[in-house]
Design a protein around this ligand. Structure first.
Ligand code: ACO
Length: 339
């Protein structure tokens, strides 16, 4: 039932999951011509987890992460009103969220996929917040999950070294406006540059003989690394500053900078542009590589487990990636204790 009161949004719980199989830089150098030294210095990545074996999909990781988030707060899945699965590697083009809804027993939830690559989790949180602030829904599960290992060309050394598979989840709940955690957000898209980062659909050469209708399939991930680097380093700081300015906040108010874990050099360059100390950067990409929509919730979940983020900390979260799409969320962290 929709109400006219504006509600606050709090992040009640997080969870994450990574596959067991770990591929380090040394082993990748046996697959393509590269080295630990090249990968480490250019990206900061040391190893990544890959979803190997048959019949395993993004859904398995998403379910694990979601169950962990639910278990932490002993929430019954039937209390979830909405599930948003941010992924660009579904195992069904019609969407994978409904399979998660069924498998975790979220019988009262509507579920849909959201496709925005590495910015997917940020867009998922913003979308969920709107449903909560308007009073439409009370409990929302937002999942960021990707298995890009299924879409990279394992003979292309410029991309296969970068990505890993993972899932992260967050449960958002309605609260009083005073307790609101999601202070502000700022989102952008510039489709002119969409070809810099893409998993393009391509028609087969031969059309259907009678209908002149082409059918095709999706190809491998393509990335223009240099252009993506320039875009991230120039646009992400601007988005963060815009978001801070509209709250009358400054970079000095930031306790933690949680960026999409694409590349250590991007993280450092963004922090440097904003004059933020490197000690405030949350980074775990050396262990997992770039896990696309999962990277922010995975890093958030780890930072909370390590008790880095504490009550009332200002956490600036920024996603960027294919689209090109990028954006920022400013969170005042509120610790949740089971009553
Ligand atoms: N090992 C060894 N050599 C390599 C490798 C590799 N894995 N990959 C590329 N090279 C070679 C290239 O062939 C090239 O050789 P050449 O000069 O003889 O032609 C040379 O290294 C330089 O190649 P560049 O692609 O120009 O390398 P660059 O210094 O730009 O680094 C990188 C590549 C790390 C991808 C960089 O462009 C980058 O950080 N881009 C940011 C994009 C990013 O992080 N994307 C992640 C996904 S997108 C997202 O999440 C938003």
């Amino acid at each position: 039932m929709k109400s006219s009161i504006t509600h606050g949004v709090k992040i009640l719980s997080t969870g994450s999951a990574v596959p067991h199989f770990s591929l380090n830089n040394q082993t990748i150098s046996e697959i393509v011509q590269t080295s630990d030294e090249w990968i480490s210095t250019r990206t900061g990545i040391k190893e990544r987890r890959l979803l190997t074996g048959s019949h395993q999909s993004v859904i398995d990781l998403a379910i694990l992460a979601s169950r962990k988030a639910l278990d932490k707060i002993s929430m019954d899945p039937s209390q979830i009103d909405l599930i948003i699965l941010a992924t660009s590697s579904p195992n069904d083009l019609f969407g994978s969220a409904s399979q998660i809804q069924f498998k975790i027993g979220a019988v009262n939830a509507v579920a849909f996929d959201l496709t925005a690559a590495c910015s997917g989790f940020v867009l998922g949180i913003v979308t969920a917040s709107q449903f909560i602030r308007s009073g439409t829904y009370c409990n929302i599960l937002v999942i960021g999950a990707d298995v890009l290992s299924k879409w990279v060309d394992w003979s292309d050394r410029s991309t296969c070294i970068l990505f890993g598979d993972a899932a992260g989840a967050a449960i958002l709940q309605s609260c009083s406006d005073i307790e609101n955690s999601i202070l502000n957000f700022q989102l952008n898209t510039d489709g002119y540059y969409s070809s810099h980062l893409s998993i393009p659909y391509q028609d087969n050469d031969k059309p259907h003989a009678f209908l002149n209708l082409h059918q095709g399939s999706f190809k491998y991930l393509y990335m223009n690394g240099r252009e993506v680097y320039k875009f991230a380093v120039s646009q992400v700081p601007l988005s963060i500053l815009k978001c801070l300015n509209s709250l009358n906040m400054s970079v000095n108010d930031i306790n933690w900078l949680l960026l999409h874990q694409a590349n250590e050099r991007i993280l450092n360059a963004v922090a440097e542009k904003l004059s933020i100390s490197r000690d405030k950067i949350i980074a775990n990409l050396s262990k997992y590589g770039n896990t696309s929509a999962a990277s922010i919730p995975l890093a958030l979940d780890e930072a909370l487990q390590e008790s880095k983020i504490v009550d009332n900390d200002i956490v600036v979260i920024a996603g960027f990636g294919a689209g090109l799409t990028w954006g920022t969320i400013i969170v005042r962290w509120k610790e949740f204790t089971l009553g």
